[in-house]
Every structure is written in structure tokens, then in C-alpha cells.
Design a protein around this ligand. Structure first.
Ligand code: DX5
Ligand code: ZN
Length: 216
């Protein structure tokens, strides 16, 4: 696993849903490494975004890996509905499910398994699952909505994750999600993150390719 390379994962939550295919094609041409898909159920977070049919439709417009982020109550029940067309699926440690079993199931389905944590959750919450995930997803805003301000104090979690990875000889990506733009991406990279989720910054930019290059 190469976690030295910085990967940019634009979030389609910020795109024009009426032009999903065109938007995904535009991002792919602009240099997106992964396409981040934020799934919200109105229970785990106070917003409803889209489900498997939407993500499947997006998958038909790109060859880049789809990075699915499940902000939902029963990720163990729903992840199989995404696995066929996704390359990675992240689930929240705060959701009520058997976390180890879900992560194992995601891997068995042929996807990278991600473990996500929300801002109020301490990094210690993911320690029991070290070795069972391929992506540590550190939320840098409260999950639910795009366009919020980056919380720099979350970078401590990124740093700890990186230290644990080194100490224990593990391999996993460290992904930051929320409020990421060129400046906060650089701070995140310095702390040890290698996957940058960016919604607003990429979609609101005049030129997505220039913005993705700046994020790189
Ligand atoms: C928040 C989502 C993020 C977010 C990123 O719940 O998980 O992926 O939409 O969007 P920006 O870059 O606008 O914060
Ligand atoms: Zn996300």
C-alpha cells in the first residue's frame, strides 16, 4: 500500500445532482484520484443525501475508485449494497454495529475497509480495531453537511494514527474529510494524512483541475 502519495478525493455531495454523470466525468478529467461518495440516512446524521442507486450511477461515469463514506445507522446491513461498484467503504465507529465484523465483511467483499470517527470521538475509540482497517477516516468537520470550517485540532488524531501505524508496522491510508482546501490539505499532509476529501473547494472552484493540482 502506498500511503506516501497524496490522493485527492472530491466529494460528489457538492456536485449538481441533476448532472451527476457529467460532473463525475469532469472531476475524473480534472485529476481526481478517488471519487468520494457521502451516504447519509437522516438518522446517524441530520441530513439525507443519496443511496446505492446513485453511487452505482456515478460509477458508470468513471474508472477511478469510488470511496464510499457511510454516515448511516446500520452500516453492517447496508454495505453489501455498495460493494459491487465501490473500491473502499468507510463506516463510523460511533454507529451501533459489530465494528470488527463489519470491517471484515467489507474486506471479504473485495473492498478496502475504512473506519471513520467524528470530531467528538477520541482516537482511542479506534485502537481496538487496528489491523482490521485499510483507511482511517478522520472527520475534520461534524458529519452531515458540506461547506463547514476545518477543525485543526483534529490533526492530533491524524498524528496519533500515523504514530500507531509506524509503531505497529501496519498499513492504512489516513484520510481527512471536511473543510479541506489547499491550505488545510497542506497542514493535514504534514500531520500524516495522504487522502484529502474535498467537496466545496473543488466544486466551487472556477477550474477543478487547477484546484486539484493545488490540493496535490
Ligand atoms: C461531511 C462529508 C464531507 C463533506 C466534504 O459530512 O462527509 O465529505 O461533504 O465537503 P466539504 O469539502 O465541503 O467540507
Ligand atoms: Zn465524507
Amino acid at each position: 500500500m502506498n500511503f506516501q502519495k497524496t490522493l485527492i478525493a472530491p466529494s460528489i455531495l457538492a456536485c449538481d445532482f441533476s448532472r451527476l454523470g457529467t460532473e463525475v466525468e469532469r472531476l475524473t478529467a480534472a485529476g481526481a484520484d478517488w471519487i468520494h461518495c457521502d451516504v447519509m440516512d437522516g438518522h446517524f446524521v441530520d441530513n439525507i443525501s443519496f443511496g446505492p442507486a446513485f453511487v452505482e450511477a456515478a460509477s458508470r461515469h468513471t474508472k477511478q475508485p469510488l470511496d464510499v463514506h457511510l454516515m448511516i445507522e446500520r452500516p453492517d446491513h447496508y454495505f453489501p449494497r455498495f460493494s459491487e461498484f465501490s473500491s473502499s467503504i468507510s463506516v463510523h465507529v460511533e454507529a451501533p454495529h459489530d465494528v470488527k465484523k463489519t470491517l471484515t465483511g467489507i474486506r471479504q467483499a473485495g473492498c478496502l475497509a475504512g473506519l471513520a470517527l467524528s470530531p467528538p470521538t477520541p482516537i482511542s475509540a479506534i485502537e481496538p480495531f487496528l489491523g482490521h482497517f485499510d483507511i482511517l477516516l478522520v472527520m475534520t468537520v461534524n458529519p452531515g453537511f458540506g461547506g463547514q470550517a476545518f477543525m485543526p485540532e483534529m490533526l492530533e488524531k491524524v498524528q496519533t494514527g500515523k504514530e500507531w501505524r509506524e509503531e505497529k508496522g501496519l498499513e492504512f491510508h489516513i484520510e481527512v474529510d471536511g473543510g479541506v482546501g489547499p491550505a488545510t490539505a497542506e497542514l493535514s499532509r504534514q500531520a500524516g494524512a495522504n487522502v484529502m476529501v474535498a467537496g466545496t473547494s473543488v466544486f466551487k472552484a472556477k477550474n477543478a483541475a487547477t484546484e486539484i493540482a493545488a490540493l496535490h
